[in-house]
Design a protein around this ligand. Structure first.
Ligand SMILES: [Ca+2]
Ligand SMILES: [Ca+2]
Ligand SMILES: [Ca+2]
Ligand SMILES: [Zn+2]
Length: 424
């Protein structure tokens, strides 16, 4: 072949350079970008994991402080109430923290080359906690990139220092896009969709369980509250599961023809599934998302209830419905909303009430058969109050419902079948 004079010189020059590199540099590049199963993760160790660490914080006055990143409370603690103590002598000087606060991933959506930069963002809130009540000291967005860096952010009168670190990993299941090496029920091709489409969330590596939940509501007043989001995400983070709540496709959900759920309608689980199907289109998200519908109306599940949920099975296992507030005009007392969501989500995860004598994921050991020590305890399960079915507001039912801890029992955390009911 003879090059014609009209051919651009630039292309010829590139062709010559590539020809010159053939057999050395070009082959490793091709090797690096292999994605044998086409799931969005490179076969070789060229996928990126970027960890953001909160290195230290300088706080403007003495007291107890908390830093909320990505709606997760740090320091993490079993009671979700841990704080950073700042004494009078330490005001304005950095207190060493060292908390990993966020992880992001990059697969084949960005080539692994030195100049390929991605920017990630997370909301940050600094709170001063007095007698359990947080007061906001500063709020903002922290931004970081896929490279090693240390930087400070001033939020109100607090200064936080962060460090980003980068490591690389191979596709955990290089020969199957349907692999699920972290056992969270999210296939590796969907983990890559999450990573590419949602600011780097979604992590396919072993030990990196993700839980993705879409929350809808039937009226503006039944929406998911910011404090419920924070409590749920903190609890699951504290137990090693990255919970993501989709604010994009959730929100106000209407019925056929765009009409609101009529006042006085008792909403059933089947209706919640129908509303999900109407409002969340078939596609990737439906295959890896749990769906919660928060209602203003009464919820009906073999009689009126706070909520009900599908167990993993042939006909579903990823839809729940819950009464958003005990009374529409009342504030969210004792984190009722986070509690009812976590209880019903527990059923989606295969968990039963703690006193159950038969349960697909296992009967609890005797020491944990205590309705007062798990959110899976029902209001009727505290002996001697056998009042299930007594109409609200039965004060004893309410007291029981309000006093469950926002947690599953240890055996429930290990028995849960994360992701078992997804995909329908
Ligand atoms: Ca792959
Ligand atoms: Ca997975
Ligand atoms: Ca995962
Ligand atoms: Zn239940």
């Amino acid at each position: 072949m003879i090059e014609t004079p009209s051919r651009p010189h630039g292309r010829l020059a590139i062709a010559l350079v590539l020809a010159g590199l053939h057999g050395c540099a070009l082959a490793p590049i091709a090797e690096n970008v292999r994605d044998d199963d086409e799931d969005g993760w490179f076969t070789n160790a060229t996928n990126q994991a970027i960890v953001l660490t909160l290195v230290s914080g300088a706080f403007p006055l003495p007291g107890q402080f908390r830093v909320v990143v990505d709606e997760v409370r740090f320091p993490l603690s079993p009671a979700l109430d841990a704080t950073i103590a700042v004494g009078p002598a330490n005001v304005g000087t950095p207190t060493a923290l060292g908390f990993p606060v966020a992880t992001r991933t990059i697969g084949t959506n960005l080539l692994e080359l030195p100049e390929q930069r991605a920017t990630f963002r997370a909301p940050v809130v600094v709170q001063r906690v007095t007698a359990g009540a947080p007061v906001e000291v500063g709020t903002g967005i922290v931004e970081w990139q896929n490279r090693e860096a240390t930087f400070s952010v001033t939020l109100g009168s607090a200064t936080l220092t962060f460090a980003s670190s980068l490591s690389q990993f191979a596709d955990p299941t290089p020969d199957s896009a349907d692999g699920d090496s972290d056992g969270d029920g999210i296939r590796e091709r969907d983990e890559a969709q999450l990573s590419a489409g949602f600011d780097g969330i979604g992590d396919p590596r072993p030990g990196r369980a993700d839980l993705f939940m879409i929350v809808g509501h039937t009226h503006a007043s039944s929406a998911l509250s910011a404090s419920s989001r924070e409590l749920l995400r903190s609890r699951f983070a504290e137990r090693g599961i990255a919970m993501h709540i989709d604010a994009g496709v959730g929100g106000l959900m209407t019925g056929t023809g765009g009409s609101a759920v009529a006042d006085g309608t008792n909403v059933t689980l089947a209706q919640a599934r129908t509303l999900r199907d109407l409002n969340v289109t078939v596609g990737n998200r439906r295959t890896f998302a749990y769906f919660a519908l928060l209602t203003r109306e009464q919820v009906e599940c073999n009689g009126l209830a706070f909520g009900c949920a599908e167990f993993p099975g042939n006909s579903g296992g990823n839809v729940l419905v819950a009464l958003s507030r005990l009374l529409d005009w009342m504030p969210d007392i004792k984190a009722y909303q986070a509690g009812v969501l976590m209880h019903e989500l527990g059923h989606n995860l295969g968990l039963c009430h703690p006193m159950a004598t038969a349960c697909a994921t296992g009967v609890l050991p005797a020491a944990e058969q205590n309705a007062g020590t798990t959110i899976m305890g029902t209001p009727a399960e505290n002996p001697p109050i056998g009042v299930w079915g007594v109409p609200l507001p039965n004060p004893l039912v309410l007291v029981n419902a309000m006093t469950r801890p926002l947690d599953y029992s240890p055996t429930q955390w290990s028995n849960m079948q994360l992701g078992a009911g997804l995909g329908q």
